[in-house]
Design a protein around this ligand. Structure first.
Ligand code: URA
Length: 280
């Protein structure tokens, strides 16, 4: 509403509360200084963060940032060396060592135990992808929908490493079957992409895949005549943890979140979010 102009033309100062509200609104619109945001999320002191910016290593919405740049962490895509910076307050990232017998869904209509019963109730989170009920090992649980979507997208090719104990003779899985697993196995939903497969000891396979199809490792092993007895996920992209006991979780460190984001950022520009993976 226009303020009344008194006779003589002088515009009176707006009341103090209105000035303060204006200032707060301006500050919110202008955002925070980029170096302050970077320092807050752990890139080092403000001076170090200023250097990162001066060195041209920081981008905001795809443009190289300059010193003095202000950002709005709710909207701006901030990256250091190409890796998105996890700056949104309220985002949590848990790494769970999923035990056997627990299902990987947000809720179960039959009242079975789900992985969400093993992490804090608040804030609300969801598992990234799925591990079978009998599979154990590493699972990411978060409320960061964007990272989850990126991680589960097939075009991202994030590596997942599994140790599979399989049925076989005492000599182990023969070379021909290992080759098939490496080259691609024909499953009912198509041939699998090349995988890294080793046999550290007879009957124990180390399998690294990039895809995330439903029960993929079990179906691959079964297809080459060596059904899985036990399956453990030991790595997701850069994330490993051999000390986390089954059933326990921990928060990812900022460096881990950054590394994880970096591992999916490489092809971030050329993928279509419609095309989602069904498992991870
Ligand atoms: N592949 C499987 O077969 N099961 C899992 O839980 C994960 C990958």
């Amino acid at each position: 509403m226009p303020r009344n102009t008194p006779p003589g033309g002088a515009v009176p100062e707006p009341p103090l509360w209105e000035q303060m509200a204006d200032r707060a609104r301006d500050a919110a619109e202008e955002g925070e200084r980029l170096q302050k945001v970077l320092a807050r999320v752990g890139f080092g002191s403000r001076r170090i963060c200023e250097e990162l910016i001066s060195d041209g290593r920081v981008t905001v919405n795809g443009d190289i940032a300059v010193l003095g740049r202000r950002v709005n962490v709710a909207h701006d895509d901030i990256r250091v060396d190409g890796a998105p910076v996890g700056v949104l307050p309220g985002l949590v990232y848990y790494l769970l060592n999923k035990p056997e017998g627990v299902i990987t869904t947000a809720s179960d209509e039959h009242g079975r135990d789900t992985v969400l019963g093993l992490v804090p109730e608040e804030p609300r989170v969801f598992p990234v992808g799925r591990l079978d009920r009998d599979t154990t090992g590493l699972l990411i649980i978060t409320n960061d929908g964007q990272l989850a979507q990126h991680l589960t997208h097939p075009s991202k090719g994030v590596e997942k490493e599994y140790i599979a104990e399989v049925e076989c003779s005492s000599k182990g899985v023969p070379a021909g079957a290992l080759r098939e697993l490496r080259d691609g196995v024909m499953l009912d939903d198509g041939i699998t992409a090349p995988a890294e497969v080793g046999q550290p000891e007879p009957g124990v396979l180390r399998i690294v895949i990039h895809e995330g199809r439903n029960r993929q490792v079990r179906r691959m092993c079964e297809a080459v005549g060596h059904p899985v007895i036990r399956l453990v996920r030991t790595r997701i992209g850069p994330l490993r943890d051999t000390r986390l006991p089954p059933g326990r979780w921990r928060s990812l460190t900022l460096d881990e979140v950054r590394e994880l984001s970096g591992s999916v950022s490489a092809s971030a520009d050329d993928f279509d979010m419609e095309d989602e993976g069904d498992e991870f």
